[in-house]
Ligand binder design. Sequence first.
Ligand code: SF4
Length: 397
Amino acid sequence: MTITPELAPVPAAPSLALYLHIPFCRTRCTYCAFNTYTGLDRLIEPYTRALAHEIRVVGGTERRAAHTIYFGGGTPSLVPPDLLVEVLAACADAFTLAEPTEVTLETNPATVDLDALKALRQIGINRISIGMQSAHASELKLFARGHTADDVRDTVRLARRAGFDNLSLDLIYGNPGQTFAMWQTSLDAALSMQPEHLSMYSLGIEDGTPMQRWVARGQVEPPDADLAADMYEWAIERLARAGFEQYEISNWAKPGYECEHNLQYWRDLPYLGLGAGAHGYAGGLRYSTVLRPADYIARMMVQPPPLPFPRTAAWLDSEAIDAQDEMAEIMVTGLRLTRTGVEAETFQARTGQGLWAVYGEQIRQLIRDGLLEQSGSHVRLTPRGRLLGNLVFEAFV
Ligand code: SF4
């Protein structure tokens, strides 16, 4: 296999996606390994100002194009709207934003009231993602979620009243003690709230979490992978009947409501990760930023000499992505897109290499194994491949 040392240039300078990490939560969920902190509310204001500063610094005077802004966390809804508006103003000053720009805010039920939701809508948040996770009190308690099933309904109702017409719910399945019937009622409860978008994740047992300790000590049953697979397959059918299209392994949308921000990741296109503990990919580099909010604020207060885009003083680590890495990443992220998968001409335009010339052997074997299929110039996962995604991705790395 011959690999050219440099990627062919992407045809047009691709518009950026902006990920803004808000690392604060009220309580810590028992399965969570995200970079988030409780008891640091006093840092919310200086942190948000530091974030606005970083956005202006990285944008510089170039005013590069951007088309999505995503407040992720953490619990971004803990930041008052009058501070979020400063962050949005920084984005508008530092980047040429598309019209419209998708602006998502992750929120947890019972962290926002109607006035806050109205204010969020008014400052330009046009997509809201609500962490529902389950409709069952026993699971919410096991997860220490800090909200009830009724809180989810209330938050959705209030979000609608505030004018949100692009609303996503998150659910977790494959949970300890969760029966198939419980999963069915959770998903049906989510559907009864008529979201435009649903994300569903199989519970991961992450190192360093209470859940991991409980499972290791035998206090909590480990997830049953076969049952989780049955839940996933049932959900695919149930959501299709409800008019949702699956567009990614874990994501479904009503037509036209796919998450543009997350599509940027799966298309292996550039995004900036800003804030503490964020990850980004731009300028041929993957990078991560300093984890602790206090360290992040301190770094943003010093004024280093101008750094080459996309580097900022918040960077902790970075890795250059060479042509071989880039091709593997296009496969691993692109195959997550269940409808489109990886398209041969796009692969050629991005890499200067033929998809079949580079990966024909692996693709043909995975087709024989029933994990991939060819549809015109697209290569994508089969229904069985969606269940065994990691096995497929391993073939390309
Ligand atoms: S609300 Fe989200 S980010 Fe915060 S602890 Fe729970 S899972 Fe983690």
